[in-house]
Design a protein around this ligand. Structure first.
Ligand SMILES: [Zn+2]
Length: 105
């Protein structure tokens, strides 16, 4: 964080406004994720874990893959079985349900 703080403190007003716009549009999250994916691919140590039961998974053997989220911040999850995928989707539906009700008003 200190490195980032130093960079921000050294920026001009115009640069900070551009960064603020990128943050609001979600471009920063996408850039960070792309860079992390790039580094992890290079290191070849991407370890996947089923988000429902915590089982360790190899990309080649994971039966179910789910890609979700807005285009600028895509998330990917792998599941060991259909029951874990179903449970995850149910949890996702419950978490997002209040948002749907608010936008329907
Ligand atoms: Zn699982």
């Amino acid at each position: 964080m200190n490195k980032l703080k130093g960079l921000i403190e050294g920026m001009a007003y115009k640069e900070l406004k551009a960064i603020q716009r990128d943050l609001a549009e979600g471009n920063m999250g996408r850039l960070v994720k792309e860079r992390l994916d790039e580094i992890e691919a290079k290191l070849g140590r991407q370890e996947h874990i089923c988000p429902t039961c915590g089982a360790k998974l190899a990309e080649e053997t994971a039966k179910y893959h789910l890609v979700f989220g807005p285009p600028d911040f895509r998330q990917r999850a792998m599941f060991c079985g259909l029951d874990c995928l179903s449970f995850f989707l149910e949890k996702l539906k419950q978490e997002r349900a209040p948002l749907y009700h608010e936008s329907e008003r």
